[in-house]
Design a protein around this ligand. Structure first.
Ligand SMILES: O=C(O)CCC(=O)C(=O)O
Ligand SMILES: [Fe+2]
Length: 388
């Protein structure tokens, strides 16, 4: 890679410019030129985005109206025809795509709009302000602008908070006993805490409904998986992707699979999320659908379902013009839950494909590899795969 300059240009030089220009008309665009991109961001050639984008027109959009007024789904199949249809759509989408979108999901749109607005205000603050609530090795919550995916730095800045406050989970592989994690809220914008918590409560309800739909779609009783989430360790991330001077070299988030059970993602209208299509391995763009959430099956559901529903690889492309905001809710079980294929789905033709592993330990090890560049591959469920 023949870069003009090897000097690192901190991400913060460009993060606020889009907003600064709205606030201050004299603000000069300060985007670094291509040669100034820190090599830490540059993807290996085979992982760089392709110049032509393929839109995924077929990612299923599921209408959750049949369940939007319910708090929980009926425990067995004593359910309406509409619900039966919905459950088979969930089964098909999870098997074929590992991704689907939902509309009429019951989350009030104004809760999301408010959070988006406040998130933009937060990211528009000077870096020193944001760093007052910085994540560190002892606490993975708060602001961070140097996350690595597969040891390459992502072109993004994030703010993480847990849905349950406090949340109990081990955070470091050197200290695997569970710790009490407390959210870090900034002084400004003052409303962030309240708006974020209100949004979290609404999406938490949706997460349980989706979990119940997935259980039913696997032929289990609706509440089969709920017990694993009694003390859930779910967290919400505000992802901000600043405009990037070299979008053909870097990624907002490098290719990865989500390690939790389910992800419920809100994205703004800019677009950038790409999913690796199961049928042919092609990267396809998930076009923003106003009012819809994007749902993806994570590694834990892959393990529980013994590979019936696979967690699908995805990544985020950035662009040189616009910044982008996305808000994933990562629905994760309690730290003490041990994960393995569900007994009732196994038989002599379908033997367990994964060894048991503990969620809290897995989380602690993965968090450390996202925090800094390591020289080893990060932990994956494939490390627990049983090879004959
Ligand atoms: O920004 C997006 O669309 C997806 C982000 C993502 O995959 C993640 O944060 O795990
Ligand atoms: Fe993801």
């Amino acid at each position: 890679m023949n870069l003009k300059s090897q000097n690192s240009r901190p991400l913060h030089y460009i993060t606020t410019s889009a907003h600064q220009s709205q606030i201050n008309p004299n603000y000069k665009n300060d985007y670094p030129q291509m040669g100034e991109v820190d090599p830490a961001f540059i993807q290996a050639i085979e992982h760089r985005p392709r110049p032509t984008i393929i839109e995924a027109n077929e990612i299923p959009v599921l209408d959750l109206s049949p369940i939007s007024s319910l708090d929980h789904l009926p425990k067995n199949h004593a359910i309406s025809k509409d619900m039966v249809d919905l459950i088979s759509e969930v089964a098909e989408a999870s098997e074929k795509w590992g991704f689907f979108q939902v509309i009429n999901h019951g989350v009030p749109p104004d809760k999301l709009e408010k959070l988006e607005l406040i998130a933009r205000k937060f990211f528009a603050l000077p870096l020193e302000e944001k760093k007052k609530v910085s994540r560190d090795e002892g606490n993975p919550l708060g602001y961070y602008d140097a996350e690595h995916t597969k040891n390459v730095r992502d072109w993004k800045e994030v703010f993480d908070f847990t849905v349950r406050d406090p949340t109990v989970i081990p955070v470091s592989p050197d200290k695997l006993e569970a710790q009490l994690l407390v959210n870090r809220w900034p002084d400004y914008p003052t409303e962030l805490r309240e708006v974020a918590q209100e949004y979290a409560q609404e999406v938490e309800k949706l997460a349980f409904k989706l979990l119940e739909l997935i259980a039913l779609s696997l032929g289990l009783s609706a509440d089969r998986l709920n017990g694993f989430f009694k003390d859930h360790t779910s967290f919400i991330r505000l992802n901000h992707y600043p405009p990037c001077p070299a979008p053909q070299l870097a990624l907002g988030v490098g290719r990865h699979k989500d390690v939790g059970a389910l992800t419920i993602l809100a994205q703004d209208g800019v677009g950038g999320l790409e999913v690796r299509q199961k049928s042919n391995g092609e990267w396809v763009r998930v076009k923003p659908t106003p009012g819809a959430f994007i749902i993806n099956v994570g590694d834990i559901i892959q393990v529980w379902s013994n590979d019936k529903y696979e967690s699908v690889e995805h990544r985020v492309m950035v662009n040189s013009q616009k910044d982008r905001l996305s808000i994933p809710f990562f629905f994760n079980p309690a730290h003490y839950v041990n994960l393995k294929p569900l007994e009732e789905l196994l038989n002599e033709h379908n033997r367990a494909k994964f060894r048991e592993y503990n969620w809290g330990e897995f989380f602690a090890i993965r968090k450390q590899s996202n925090f800094k560049k390591l020289n080893v591959e990060n932990i994956q469920i494939s490390h627990f795969r049983i090879t004959e």
